[in-house]
Design a protein around this ligand. Structure first.
Ligand code: ZN
Length: 319
């Protein structure tokens, strides 16, 4: 069924919270973001989100919630899907917080859908970004964590619990890789997430005594030719290439769209990625996969959250 009204969208992560209003075409009429408040309780965090949503409704001159076709929301995982209870790893204030119910109560009368934020990025990139026009797409976010969402045959794949596409925990180095927050060893995320890269580089001698260094600082130094920075980017790129090769062999992917802060490192990251991919994706069908930077940038999560409502027949199979 075609959606006619605008859609309210939210994207909640450990670093930032964003909200916007999208037209049925997916174009954002207005959007804004704030840093995610730290050291607050669950109700203070909720009020920040509510204020942000009301701010974009005002900006879009929507006075009555009944003008909306629905509300789509992406949130850092893990979440209970489709119930929308959220316990984001990087937002300790919310543990089993009933986000979907609270949104449905606050904005009564419209449909509310909540999904994993990386899945929303994948849906956004497939619907309106780098994966547009392709049927089999992996959307990835390489940032504080490494997340992903899988679209096969033009439909979002949920898996049994809504967690299909978790490429961050595909194992790329089970023998010598670092421990992962999930409890395993050698997951892609344990190697390629920003803080892990910074930790590795500092152990190798990059700015060893400077606290608060970020992956952005590291990639900045790498761009200036710092050898440890370059090595860190190679290490991340190689791990990404290995994981993407495995995912491609498993799912017969056409396009992999890589977003998130680290993806802006450009050739320093993508060249070793392509080398590792070429070394490990050897079957004819797998060699065809294209790995490209995500196209929607910071708004991908909001566009994907809107897609949960506007293109729900492809991107939503929950109740
Ligand atoms: Zn893991």
């Amino acid at each position: 069924m075609a959606v006619s009204g605008p859609v309210l969208a939210a994207d909640i992560g450990g670093t930032k919270m964003a909200a916007g209003v999208a037209e049925p075409s997916g174009r954002l009429i207005t959007w804004t973001q704030v840093p995610t408040p730290q050291d607050v309780d669950s109700e203070q965090l909720w009020r920040t989100l509510e204020a942000l949503l009301n701010q974009v409704l005002d900006a879009a001159r929507i006075r009555d919630v009944s003008e909306l076709a629905g509300l789509g929301c992406g949130c850092g995982g893990p979440i209970e899907w489709p119930a929308g209870l959220v316990s984001p790893l990087n937002i300790p204030a919310w543990r089993a917080f009933p986000l979907r119910d609270r949104l449905a109560e606050r904005y009564a009368g419209i449909g509310v859908r909540v999904h994993n934020d990386a899945i929303c990025v994948a849906a956004g990139e497939h619907w309106r970004g780098a994966g547009r026009g392709w049927s089999n797409v992996l959307g990835m976010v390489v940032s504080t964590g490494v997340g992903g969402g899988l679209i096969l045959g033009n439909r979002l794949i949920e898996g049994a619990s809504g967690n299909a596409g978790h490429i961050g925990h595909v194992v790329v180095d089970p023998e010598d890789g670092p421990l992962c927050v999930c409890g395993g060893r050698g997951c892609l995320e344990a190697i390629a997430r920003g803080p892990a890269l910074v930790g590795w580089a500092q152990a190798e001698g990059w700015r060893p005594d400077q606290p608060g260094m970020t992956a952005k600082d590291l990639s900045g130094d790498a761009a200036q030719g710092h050898p440890i920075g370059r090595a860190a980017m190679r290490r991340a790129g190689r791990a990404l290439g290995i994981a993407i090769a495995s995912a491609t062999n498993l799912c017969d992917l056409e396009v992999v769209a890589v977003g998130g802060g680290l993806s802006q490192a450009g050739a320093m990251l993508f060249e070793p990625l392509q080398e590792a991919l070429a070394a490990h994706a050897r079957l004819d069908f797998a060699r065809e996969v294209r790995v490209v930077p995500a196209a929607l940038g910071q708004s991908a999560g909001l566009v994907g959250a809107a897609a949960l409502i506007i293109a729900g027949e492809r991107y939503w199979t929950g109740d």
